[in-house]
Ligand binder design. Sequence first.
Ligand code: GLA
Length: 711
Amino acid sequence: MMCLLALSFASAGQTAPQIVIETKRTALVLTVNNGKKLLQSYLGKKQERSSYELMKGGREVYLTAGMDNQFEPAIRMVHADGNPSLDLRYVTHNTVDSAGMQHSTIVLKDPVYPVEVKLHYRSYYNEDVLKCWSEIVHQEKKPVMLTQYASALLHFNATEYWLTQFHGDWAREMNVVEEKLNNGIKSIESKLGTRTNFYQTQVFFLSLNDRSTETTGEVIAGTLAWTGNFKFAFEVDQRNGLRVISGMNPFASEYFLKQGEVFTTPEFIYTYSSEGKGFASRNIHRWARNFAVLDGNQPRMTLLNNWEATHTDFTEKRLVELFDEAKKLGVDLFLLDDGWFGNKYPRNDDKNGLGDWQEDKSKLPSGIGYLVKEAVNREIKFGIWLEPEMVNPKSELYNLHPEWILKLPNREENYGRNQLVLDLINPVVQDFVFRTVDDLMMKNPGIAFIKWDCNRSMTNAFSPFLKDKQTHLYIDYTKALYKIMERIRTKYPHLPIMLCAGGGGRTDYGALKYFTEFWPSDNTDALERIYIQWGYSYFFPANTISAHVTSMGKQQSLKFRTDVAMMGKMGYDIRVNNFTADELLFSSEAVKTYKRISPVIWLGDLYRLISPYDENRMLLMYTNQNKDKAILFNYHLHTRRKDFFRPVQLQGLVPEKKYRVREINLMPGVKSVMPDHDKVYTGEYLMTTGLNLTPGRVNPLSSNIMEIIAE
Ligand code: GLA
């Protein structure tokens, strides 16, 4: 069983290899030392190749536990014979280049135990994004136990470290908090199992040496492509060195790995910017659209959703009326939300019917097929809500298959929103979930959109299927979810699906590979959404962030609510028949305007100009790739007489170009009072002198959209 590797390059008469992973502006340099340890020698701004050759030292890339490392390890393994140590030495590596991408694989082995770890690095040249993950495999006769299994460990050596995290709760997602890291370990993590980023989203900024701004400072933006429990650990040591360990959360998740079985960690994705957070966000957005989000560069549909307008209280007739309202608005799609299913236990509230995915015959006597037909007759598309991972105890599914449900033996059932989580790890349940989608689609091929919800996290979780391997539950659940999504995507590769988890409880790039957009929050009050959408904008492109005009926040004008939805992927969830004639005219024009300007919003570069955390207003703009079209959003919050607003310098334009600035999306009959409306300026002027976007006294909760077009 034991295998011995030559322990030094010098003894074998070879020179130690160096692996350089580069993008347009960034380099990660890994060096193998004489003892065959793989070291991180450099991470930062790209330099001349010859400079890297001078970099010999560094700190171990994939630190193990049990031997000389006394800090948080990337990996900890207990061998079949009980030995709790691992020693990883470089064996070989290879690099493959393909269009704009480089993929390096580095093989490490234990010199004594038959354990191999492959470290994968993929770099996206133009997007300046790096991605890494690992594969762990062994040939011991009996299973080994993994108790830690990071996707990445990064080392930093700066004078100060500033961490920005994004925390929240239901209806108040993505609050931005920045703090200075001190000695010891700070961790950002989730133990929720499902709806995993309910309290913490798996994204962070790490600013080096000083706080970074939107346009200045060295900063790393990192995220984990994993829909399950995650953990980022930031450990500042006694010499002010920082280790950042990112991966699945090993909490209660010891993994027993069989001989030859490959344990693959999720991808850790990051970008390095020496020009602040704005640049880092634009890198992540571009990468997301090009490589990470399903159909990331394709157009999205505007829609009318019925959740806030009707909740579960609707009839077939009322829905068809809503199709007419969607038609009046001019949106592409009608989305039927929760409440359409269940017969023995009709889904008239959140206590009943979850799991019974048959049309409620009393509400929808003519079935979903009839609704699809009626929508199509009106030239709009039809979409539908599902929550296929969950079950209410009051359901036929629960009565039929109690063994399909995650729940502890010998304990009372514990509910979240009156429901339980299905045991997706069981292949029979995977089949049930797949069939829920497939049957619906086969019966109603006209369905053009799905909203996939997940309204609770795990408590009292126990998988009847896993039996004595309960510590595999959190990891295997997420892998099972991906398996189901793979099956769905094989059969329905481009069906738009919205990712939702009781608001923004699931927003990560592990899932977004299968989804086209996500629901950021059940809080659709436009003032609250300004902060929430601002938070998401750091890591997610606008075409993934669903934003609906609703009647929440009634004190706000329809114009303000519409302008807030327009900065994301706009939709409606409102009683259109309650609109005044002016409001209907405004809204139908707004939909047309949005269709015209959305390519800039969805595919353009985002420049955050003024944060709502800094001033009593928020400003951001999107510029298309040619820099000849830009859309600027200007929101005044609870402005007061004391507020003084300086002119705003724009970004992302060409200094020499001339641009016409026009205010758009005004209420019918209203003329712009913007002093710069319909004027022409050079890009240089707009980016240096800037625009006065607050003429005189402005009303609280008011907004403007400016279209900026090169002449
Ligand atoms: C969750 C979602 C909402 C809505 C309801 C339906 O709360 O976030 O948008 O779909 O479920 O029950």
